[in-house]
Design a protein around this ligand. Structure first.
Ligand SMILES: NC(=O)c1ccc[n+]([C@@H]2O[C@H](COP(=O)([O-])OP(=O)(O)OC[C@H]3O[C@@H](n4cnc5c(N)ncnc54)[C@H](O)[C@@H]3O)[C@@H](O)[C@H]2O)c1
Ligand SMILES: N[C@@H](CCO)C(=O)O
Ligand code: NA
Length: 449
């Protein structure tokens, strides 16, 4: 039976995501009411620039005082789509203290202060939902928290940042420059207010922390996630990847150790085979693999960024939280009982593609191979490409076949078998000290094989 008194919603922030949340709340009001069992009313919209015209929003609802709005006392659900740490954190905390449940899209805040916010929600008997915070529209938080609650997750691997996937895809498929592709992603509403968060991997690292925490029932914070951005990926890296039958993606990888007692979480660019499903994830789309004991391998795919897709996830949470309120119940809170050790990057085991600039003279290959062996890193393949003395150009490689002329420089590409990341770092450090190694052009991990 439909309750006539509406549930009151306060919207904090009316930017790319907030404006879409308001639009869908208005256009789908009847369906939302039927699904929830009570009408939902937009009771206030906190903004920074009140003079801006906001189509479909009653100007009398607009306020610049977000604090007063969340403290009104009659608000059932606060939707936080401001982003950043403050004032979002204080506003969410105040919302719980004043009796509201919270829906947020704020991965930066949840990765940093998720534990404290969950504790505040629990203390006040309210909900904290954040499906939109990870991989936009794709249902991922709820499947991990609820659908897989009876299984044991061992690995989460995916593309969780739309902006960087858009940029890498453009660079790979059209040869576009980095800045041109970033400007387009920003114009399409994918990028964060400061795109450094996207391109330096902070956004994906925050999402990895949230996913690892839920998947492994262990607190994983942003600082626990090894992070490398994608600003140094070059056209030459894409050429190397192509020669390997691979492409390059910015991946988030959360793994349980072989003995099951520890976990790692990391974000970095990596080569993946073109035959892997993640290789064909284009534009701002995201895709995440979840591997678990009983279910095996699951793949989640869809739009990972943008106002309307993100609003879809926010609305889904809003419906769930409103239903809980009507039932006098709360949904699942934080689950960190397993309390596994979060290991550093050095304990990750994977494969590596290393490009070295070396002197083209006898014994160099053996010297390089010895350094790998001394650090316990086993070589899978080696490829050498010579450059004629005085020319920067690579020429055909015919090892021992009268090709390379001694005295010039060569580029040496080594692909390893699986090895500890710490061993690889030790290898690279030692390689840099060899006189015959002129430089380490790139180091890229190889995943998804
Ligand atoms: N855009 C996306 O694709 C996307 C996807 C998933 C999650 N998110 C997350 O959603 C949140 C919002 O992102 P967005 O893209 O809509 O950002 P946005 O910058 O377009 O919108 C944020 C809005 O909040 C307003 N704001 C800032 N401080 C405020 C304050 N004190 N009171 C009221 N309003 C204030 C800003 O003026 C702005 O209009 C962020 O946490 C972001 O990480 C965004
Ligand atoms: N800036 C983020 C938004 C979605 O969280 C992205 O590009 O994926
Ligand atoms: Na999601």
């Amino acid at each position: 039976m439909m309750r006539t008194r509406p549930l009151k919603v306060a919207l904090l922030g009316c930017g790319v995501v907030g404006s879409e949340v308001a639009r869908i709340m208005t256009t789908h009001a009847d369906d939302l009411a039927a699904r929830i069992g009570a009408p939902v009313e937009l009771a206030g919209v906190a903004v920074r620039r009140p003079a801006k015209v906001r189509e479909g929003i009653d100007p009398s609802l607009v306020t610049t005082d977000a604090t007063a709005l969340v403290k009104r006392g009659d608000i059932d659900v606060v939707v936080e789509v401001i982003g950043g740490i403050e004032p979002a954190r204080s506003l969410i905390t105040a919302a719980f203290e004043h009796g509201a449940s919270v829906v947020s899209a704020n991965k930066a805040l949840l990765a940093q202060d998720g534990a404290a916010l969950h504790a505040a929600a629990e203390e006040h008997g309210r909900d904290l939902y954040y499906e939109a915070a990870v991989a936009g529209a794709i249902p991922l938080i709820r499947p991990l928290r609820e659908s897989l609650a009876g299984d044991k997750v061992n690995r989460v691997l995916g593309i969780v940042n739309g902006t960087t996937n858009f940029i890498l895809d453009k660079m790979d498929s059209t040869g576009a420059g980095y800045q041109e592709a970033l400007d387009e992603a920003t114009a399409l509403g994918y990028a964060e207010a400061d795109p450094t968060a996207d391109v330096e991997g902070f956004d994906a690292a925050a999402k990895a922390a949230i996913l690892a925490g839920i998947a492994f029932h262990t607190r994983v914070r942003l600082d626990d996630v090894h992070r490398e951005g994608m600003t140094e990926v070059t056209a030459a890296d894409f050429r190397s990847a192509k020669e390997m039958g691979c492409t390059i993606k910015l991946l988030a990888i959360c793994e349980r150790s072989a003995d099951g007692t520890a976990v790692t979480a990391r974000v970095h660019p990596a080569m993946i085979p073109l035959s892997h499903p993640l290789a064909s994830v284009r534009g701002a789309y995201n895709a995440v693999f979840v591997e678990s004991d009983a279910a095996g391998q699951l793949m989640f795919y869809g739009p990972g960024a943008g106002g309307s897709p993100t609003a879809s996830a926010v609305l889904g949470d809003l419906v769930a939280v409103c239903r809980n309120r009507l039932n006098g119940a709360t949904g699942p809170g934080e689950s960190a009982y397993a309390d596994l050790t979060v290991s550093p990057m050095g304990e990750v085991v994977t494969r590596y593609h290393i490009s070295l600039d070396v002197a083209d003279k006898p014994g160099v290959l053996a010297q390089v191979a010895t350094v790998f062996a001394e650090h316990g890193v086993s070589i899978d393949t080696v490829r050498q490409q010579s450059r004629n003395p005085g020319s920067g150009d690579a020429v055909a490689i015919e090892q021992g076949g009268g090709g390379p002329r001694e005295g010039g420089e060569a580029s040496l590409v080594v692909v390893t078998h699986r090895a500890f990341d710490a061993s690889l770092s030790g290898t690279v450090e030692a390689l840099r000290k060899l006189d015959t190694v002129r430089g380490v052009a790139s180091i890229m991990r190889v995943e998804g094989e």
